[in-house]
Write a protein that binds this ligand. Structure first.
Ligand SMILES: C[S@@+](CC[C@H](N)C(=O)[O-])C[C@H]1O[C@@H](n2cnc3c(N)ncnc32)[C@H](O)[C@@H]1O
Length: 406
């Protein structure tokens, strides 16, 4: 669905800053990854820094936690089992990475408090969040909790010592929000997409922006190494001229940091994406970049700069292969629908038909709709769920969420 966003919807200050960054560069260009990083994460004018204040990220997209407490509660069930599997460590640390509006914290903690109190008592909950404005929003939302419970804290990776975490690091829709490098096949060579200055109204993008794109040599050898690592023959005869795709090098840096901080336990990644063979299918000629603005999506990152979300699908093969290099072994890969069903979502749907009669019908229908949305194979249910582990024996690798649902 194309949205009716116009050039005027871009944040003019942010565009100026990006222009400045381009002008300062010796070759008067920046990588697409730098552009995307500024568009999303510039500390004052980036999408994530300003959108919350401007009326809420959920105006552009919603994620599983926005559908109610069920997603967080089912995750909590998995965490409680991880705690048991690890032989009830004290402390048991949950690290939520990229917490958005902070919705999951409450859902997870409330469930553990009610249903797995011993696990709750062992808990340290750490939020690692990049955007200061979102940290402020999370702390505002959770201030009641932090007043009465002092095991919730916000940290940067620098504040977490190497090999210190026994527990689970997890994220929902984090990796798809990392800035990606864009590459394209030109004259049989793999080139990188750079952003440079264009002429207002005549530049790149559906509606003419003040930016232009150019192709030039890859900015780093890591891009070719990446394709070798995930066994994708780019460039080659299989890929047509003009083929364009993305490489998420930031995901590799993140993975290596998490692997370093984990002493023993799990990394749980939930996101939309594919294995490499599917991601880099020659038929997917324009990659997976998607932009979200006011519930519409399109593929033009040069519209509504600083006011729209930009994402790219996750290459789960890369997470698995690089994870192995960093000491994380794959425990299982499944789909969100199957994962949540294995954790009891089916029982929750079934219990709606025997719900007390004083619950208004409208509420029941709304909840049923939300539960179905979480497992919808055409939507959230098709998200990938990757569980990796470090320092685990065979029994510790057997997890409820990876069982086939009955
Ligand atoms: C699409 S939102 C998802 C939010 C939340 N997990 C949810 O499911 O609603 C991405 C989140 O990741 C954060 N983020 C992006 N890059 C990050 C990084 N390198 N470290 C920590 N957080 C990051 C963003 O600021 C934002 O909070």
């Amino acid at each position: 669905m194309a949205s009716s966003v116009s050039l005027a919807d871009s944040n003019p200050k942010l565009c100026q800053i990006i222009h400045q960054r381009i002008a300062e560069h010796p070759q008067h260009r920046i990588t697409f990854a730098e552009f995307m990083d500024l568009a999303l994460y510039h500390p004052q004018h980036g999408y994530y820094s300003t959108k919350q204040a401007l009326g809420g990220i959920q105006d552009d997209f919603f994620t599983s936690p926005h559908l109610g407490a069920d997603f967080g509660e089912l995750l909590a069930r998995q965490f409680a089992q991880m705690w048991e599997r690890l032989d009830r460590p004290f402390p048991f640390t949950l690290v939520e990475m990229g917490a958005g509006q902070g919705l999951l914290v409450q859902d997870i903690l409330r469930y553990l408090h009610r249903h797995h109190f011993e696990c709750f008592e062992a808990l340290e909950y750490v939020v690692v969040e990049k955007t200061s404005a979102l940290i402020a929003e999370q702390q505002r939302r959770l201030q009641g909790l932090t007043k009465s419970w002092n095991h919730l804290r916000w940290c940067s990776w620098d504040e977490i010592p190497s090999r210190s975490i026994v527990g689970c690091c997890f994220s929902n829709e984090l990796v798809d929000a990392f800035p990606v490098h864009q590459v394209a096949v030109e004259s049989g060579e793999l080139q990188e997409v750079y952003v440079t200055v264009g002429h207002e109204g005549a530049g790149v993008g559906d509606q003419g922006s003040s930016f232009a794109e150019c192709l030039a040599a890859l900015s780093t050898p890591r891009i070719m190494e990446y394709f070798q690592q995930v066994d994708i023959p780019l460039p080659s005869d299989r890929y047509p001229e003009g083929y364009r795709t993305e490489v998420n090098l930031a995901a590799l840096d993140w993975l290596s940091t998490v692997a370093d901080r984990l002493q023993r336990g799990y990394l749980l990644t939930i996101d939309y994406g594919y294995p490499a063979q599917r991601y880099y299918s020659p038929a997917r000629t324009q990659g997976t970049l998607q932009c979200y603005y006011q519930h519409a999506h399109h593929s033009d990152p040069y519209r509504a700069i600083g006011r729209q979300d930009i994402t790219a699908h996750v290459d789960f093969t890369a997470l698995e292969q690089y994870g192995q290099q960093f000491g994380l072994e794959t425990i299982g890969f499944t789909q969100q629908g199957l994962f949540l069903m294995a954790l009891g979502l089916g029982d929750r749907i079934a219990s709606l038909s025997t719900a007390p009669s004083d619950i208004p019908l409208q509420d029941l229908l709304r909840r049923r709709e939300s539960l179905h949305a979480l497992i919808n194979p055409m939507g959230l249910g098709n998200f990938g769920v990757l569980i990796q582990g470090k320092g685990l024996d065979t029994a510790e690798r057997s997890l409820l969420g990876l069982d086939l649902p009955t």
